[in-house]
Design a protein around this ligand. Structure first.
Ligand SMILES: Nc1ncnc2c1ncn2[C@@H]1O[C@H](COP(=O)(O)OP(=O)(O)OP(=O)(O)O)[C@@H](O)[C@H]1O
Ligand SMILES: [Mg+2]
Length: 433
């Protein structure tokens, strides 16, 4: 991204924001690193070029639309979406203050010599699906401009999608002729002028994944006409022909997302994300537990269904995840401890004094629940041993304190339910014996 900003712009005050340096330039304006002089918060400040607002065709309607879209996008709260703090439309200009993301955008990894690992690309794809699904279902918005430059990297495979609803700024004739948005990621139906849907976002994400996996876009052309023709009619080469380490199963997932006919793509974001999480298993380094597996394990727990998507991700991140081989003892009776555990996969046996009490399976919690008792370390009441190979997450009470009180309450309830059920079960077994 070109980031050449004239020196005089620095130190400029825009609204309550102190502009410090340019981060990059797009078709509709420039994004700056800025500081909110009131709160001291560092933000990314996107200024909208005056010509966008002066467009004779749109005028006031246009400004209203900007406010509407920005306020809708402002309602979105998700760990994988850039938060909008503030949006202002002035006389002949406007700006959007948003969450600052410091790892650059994904376009840096779309180059053949800078490619990310295959599992990392699939994890990024999985997180994008979840974010787009959330925005579509909870706020009712589609993105319309998914491309590498609009997916920011915060850390590792943790991404944040930027510019929700900003694509409408390009409807303006003036802007379109001066700097038309990149058509490489546009779905065939979008090119034909139909209203974008979640399926056109899905197509665009498919193109992004294709490019991140191979370093090449599905279609290249010498002219816009040729490109459009190819997007509408041509079948691109499967990604594995460009990166030999790619299993054919991954080809199938990406190629389905970029089908010409929207109904041939995945029916929902959830289906696309599950398909991505399944093929991760084919390329994983041994022993790794990908974020997608952590998230899916937590989000399917029945007792946690009242948690938000953001809280599922918080929990997934708060746990210390590990694989436990069959036969290993996880906690020992009478030894002190205050963490509790979650079984994502496999089965474990609970015993006391050598006597079997019961078993714990997938999606269940165990441990001393010092968290709910708010007590110091206490001796473990029972021994828990892996009956099969396990995937577990360990939760220290302290790591959960950063979660919202509401989330902590839901979690505590789920744990209490679990303890009560287990006690009831143990009691019936004892009395029934
Ligand atoms: N929230 C953010 N935090 C940090 N940098 C950002 C943020 N949003 C955008 N940027 C950077 O600013 C650059 C310009 O962004 P902008 O959205 O204006 O253009 P673009 O996405 O490249 O193209 P277009 O105008 O077609 O959307 C991006 O390349 C991105 O790296
Ligand atoms: Mg952008």
């Amino acid at each position: 991204m070109p980031s050449a900003a004239p020196a005089f712009e620095l130190g400029l005050q825009i609204g309550k924001y102190d502009v410090q340096k340019a981060l990059g330039k797009g078709a509709t304006g420039t994004v700056y690193f800025a500081k909110d002089t009131f709160t001291g918060r560092e933000v990314a400040l996107k200024t909208i070029e005056p010509e966008v607002f002066r467009d004779p065709e749109f005028g006031a309607v246009y400004k209203q639309q900007f406010q509407n879209e920005a306020s809708l996008a402002g309602k979105v709260r998700h760990p994988h979406i850039v938060t909008i703090h503030d949006a202002v439309a002035g006389e002949d200009s406007g700006y959007i203050a948003m969450e600052l993301v410091t790892g650059g955008d994904l376009s840096q990894y779309a180059k053949p010599d800078k490619l990310l690992s295959i599992p990392d690309v699939l994890q990024i794809g999985f997180k994008c699906c979840g974010a787009l699904d959330y925005a579509y279902r909870e706020v009712g918005i589609v993105h319309r401009d998914i491309k590498p430059a609009n997916i920011m990297v915060s850390k590792g495979t943790d991404i944040k999608i930027a510019d929700f609803g900003a694509a409408f700024l390009r409807k303006s004739q003036a802007v379109q002729t001066t700097a038309m948005g990149s058509p490489f990621y546009m779905a065939p139906e979008q090119i034909e002028g139909k209203d974008p849907t979640f399926h056109s976002d899905m197509y665009s994400l498919g193109v992004v994944l294709y490019e991140l996996l191979t370093g090449k876009r599905p279609f290249s052309a010498n002219s816009l006409e040729e490109l459009v023709q190819k997007i509408l009619t041509e079948e691109p080469p499967p990604p594995s022909t460009l990166r030999l380490a790619l299993p054919k199963e991954i080809d199938a997932v990406v190629m389905r997302a970029i089908k010409k006919d929207p109904v041939e793509r995945y029916g929902t974001w959830a289906q696309f994300s599950v398909a991505l999480s399944k093929v991760v298993a084919l390329v994983l380094e041994p022993g790794a537990i990908p974020d997608s597996e952590r998230y899916l394990a937590i989000s399917k727990v029945e007792m946690l269904q009242l948690l938000s998507d953001a809280e599922f991700w918080e929990l997934a991140a708060a746990g210390k995840w590990s694989r436990v081989p069959k036969g290993k003892i996880i906690i020992k009776e009478d030894e002190p401890g205050q963490s509790f555990y979650f079984v994502a996969k496999g089965e474990a046996a609970v015993s006391r004094g050598g006597k079997a009490l019961n078993t714990i399976g997938e999606s269940e919690f165990f441990g001393e629940m010092a968290y709910i008792r708010a007590a110091a370390e206490e001796p473990r009441a029972a021994t828990v041993q892996a009956l099969t190979d396990l995937i577990i997450a360990e939760f220290e009470p302290a790591t959960l304190e950063t979660m919202s009180l509401e989330a902590q309450l839901h979690l505590a309830r789920a744990l209490v339910r679990n303890v009560v059920d287990r006690l009831a079960l143990a009691n019936t077994r004892i009395t029934g014996a």
